[in-house]
Design a protein around this ligand. Structure first.
Ligand code: KL2
Length: 418
């Protein structure tokens, strides 16, 4: 087809303790060990560009031929793409409420998806959806997250997240649940203070949802448009599990813009205690432990909630989280060092979209001293290759005749070993 660019599947194998090898566009099963007790599934993360936002920010799309910007042109292309890739889990951002109700949800349901949706608070009528194949998962819980908090002046923006707990459908074998999170963080490049707090709120919700009875966490996939670039402090915090933000300008957190002239330095702490989230990104439980009414030892106490009880912290500029998260993409082409891009319009061509996942132990680089909780592991089997900015300008940038958002869909295939 004219004007299309080919993206290919990169299959990834781990050979004991060797580094990841990318085997190219070959059949995965002929190269990777085939294990019996496994559950394979695929995940797509896709910011589909809400029509209202397209129209509000029309200066970003001046390079586009007018007809390709109509929703009636764009939606069939987006649906075709979703159908073609046939992912088991879809994490969609910028899902406009009216289109969700009239077209997106009905179309996806007829493709065998169960759909959950969280609309932004405030006036912009778009939100995040997580859809999953009925045939692959059943729904254990739906956990929407609103980043707007009337009692916290910092949190005056309307972004949201959505966290689902899914049960893999596996005949006659017990499987752990899978926690899938989706978000679209604040765009404003200058407000890294808000972005980091939104991220902490999402991580706290994931902790609470993925937390299992034995104290460990089930496997986690965290997708979305984080409006932050690879290597930025926000990105590094996700990957490293820690961030010292002392002296960091709020405009430097996301790395979207170079200049940080006249910008405030992040305050310590970034968010106030009444948010109820610790510097370790878990919900704080402030209630007094209550004594169990049993015949047993009366000094034995039990907490009401499953959240981690956090001791009061001294003020420090260190953030932490307890998951060990890897990124499906590596953000640069290995041979040329040229950056991959996930969004491309007349103002920018950068990576802001990600699929993060809790990798199984062999995938995780040794991090001495890192306090990492026991988290169920996923093996990354494959990813759909991304493109360079130059590739995208050969097809007139985004959106174009065939790619109908200003973002590309990200796709990964995972294995859960049982
Ligand atoms: O970067 V995005 O596009 O993840 O693709 O997220 C936001 C931006 C989205 C939701 O707020 O709308 C876009 N300049 C450029 N893009 C903007 C602006 C802006 N001033 N405001 C919103 N968006």
């Amino acid at each position: 087809m004219e004007g299309t660019i080919k993206r290919h599947w990169e299959y990834i194998c781990n050979h004991n303790k060797e580094k990841m090898k990318i085997l190219g566009d070959k059949n995965v099963d002929s190269k990777c060990e085939d294990s019996e007790n496994k559950f394979d599934f695929s995940v797509m993360s896709y910011n589909i560009l809400s029509q209202d936002l397209l129209e509000d920010n029309s200066h970003l799309y001046r390079h586009c031929r007018r007809p390709v910007l109509h929703w009636s042109f764009r939606f069939p292309n987006i649906l075709k793409e979703i159908k073609h890739f046939d992912a088991d889990v879809l994490c969609l951002q910028e899902v406009q409420e009216d289109h969700y109700g009239t077209e997106i949800r009905p179309s996806l349901e007829s493709l065998g998806y169960h759909c959950e949706y969280k609309m932004r608070t405030g006036r912009k009528p778009d939100g995040c959806a997580i859809c999953f194949k009925h045939s692959k998962f059943s729904l254990l819980s739906v956990n929407p997250v609103e980043f707007f908090r009337p009692d916290v002046p910092l949190l005056d923006r309307d972004n949201v997240g959505l966290v689902l707990l899914l049960q893999p459908r596996i005949p006659s074998t017990a499987s752990p649940a899978l926690c899938v999170a989706n978000t679209h963080l604040l765009y404003n490049p200058r407000r890294g203070d808000i972005k980091l707090t939104q991220l902490a709120m999402l991580l706290a919700e994931i902790s609470s949802v993925a937390h299992q009875k034995d104290g460990s966490f089930c496997p986690i996939v965290m997708c979305g448009d984080f409006n932050s670039v690879p290597g930025s402090p926000l990105y590094s915090f996700i990957k490293e599990g820690k961030l010292n933000y002392e002296g960091l300008a709020i405009g430097k957190v996301s790395g979207q813009e170079q200049s940080s002239r006249g910008q405030r330095i992040l305050s310590i702490p970034i968010w106030p205690p009444n948010l109820g989230i610790s510097q370790n990104c878990v919900y704080e439980v402030q209630q007094v432990p209550k004594v169990e009414k049993t015949d047993g030892d009366p000094t034995q106490t039990q907490l009401d909630k499953t959240e981690v009880l956090v001791t009061p912290e001294k003020l420090s500029s260190h953030l932490q989280h307890h998951f060990s998260l890897s990124s499906v993409y590596s953000h640069y082409f290995p041979d040329t060092g040229i950056p991959e891009v996930t969004t491309c319009h007349s103002r920018s061509a950068i990576t802001v979209d990600y699929i993060f996942y809790s990798a199984e132990k062999e995938d995780v680089a040794e991090k001495p001293g890192a306090e990492v909780a026991l988290v169920g592991g996923l093996k990354l089997l494959a990813r759909l290759s991304l493109l360079t900015e130059q590739d995208l300008w050969t097809v007139n940038g985004l959106p174009n005749e065939n790619n109908s958002s200003d973002h590309l869909p990200l796709l990964a295939k995972f294995r859960l070993e049982l």
